[in-house]
Design a protein around this ligand. Structure first.
Ligand code: MN
Length: 199
């Protein structure tokens, strides 16, 4: 599917005269120099606080809303609700979305970096893994590193329901609680409150 078609739902939900979020017209957006694929985790203080986990796949950011945020403990299973694909230039979006707009509230870049598909080179592409409802990725972020699995569970009959689980590898750590101990933006070192105050 062309990038433009994949961003239809994203654009339909937003009034770009009223939100500073990117429209995603710059096809492809900025790319990492070495061709590595990128990820970002936004902390989003909307009607309820959640984390948006986004992976660059074929020219868009495939996205899930994770109410409790990611864990570094392999025993923790975190609900991840698939949301609409976002444009690539959303990757460094940080700021305040007006209260009466879709997703109204403060957005902070909680973590970012590159990832690789653990099923490649012999297994599935990311697009195939998405369609099959099971991805495994290795993150190289500033806060999160190591393997993470995303599995579509269709809990309560809803195909949007996935689970995000830390894989049991050298980067797993049940004692770390990065969502509590490392709350600031990796982009600007600001807290949600500081971003809101600066807006
Ligand atoms: Mn969100």
């Amino acid at each position: 599917m062309a990038t433009d078609d994949r961003l239809q739902e994203y654009r339909k939900k937003r009034d770009f005269r009223r939100t500073a979020e990117p429209e995603g017209e710059d096809e492809g957006g900025r790319r990492a120099g070495d061709g590595a694929t990128r990820f970002v985790i936004h902390k989003h203080d909307a009607s309820t606080l959640h984390y948006d986990f986004r992976l660059e796949v074929d020219g868009v950011l495939v996205s899930w809303a994770v109410p409790k945020g990611p864990s570094t403990d392999p025993r923790e299973r975190r609900l991840a609700v698939r949301t609409e694909d976002h444009p690539l230039d959303y990757i460094d979006f940080e700021g305040v979305i007006a209260e009466d707009e879709y997703g109204g509230g403060t957005v902070l870049v909680w973590d970012r970096g590159t990832y690789r598909n653990l099923k490649e080179p012999d297994g599935e592409t990311m697009a195939e893994a998405l369609a099959d409802g099971h991805l495994t990725v290795w993150l190289e972020g500033e806060k999160l590193r190591g393997g993470y699995a995303l599995t579509q569970t269709k809990m309560r009959g809803d195909p949007r329901n996935w689970l995000l689980v830390k894989m049991d590898d050298s980067e797993a750590d049940a004692r770390r609680k990065p969502t509590s101990t490392e709350p600031k933006s990796v982009l600007t070192c600001r807290t949600l409150e500081e971003i809101a105050a600066d807006a």
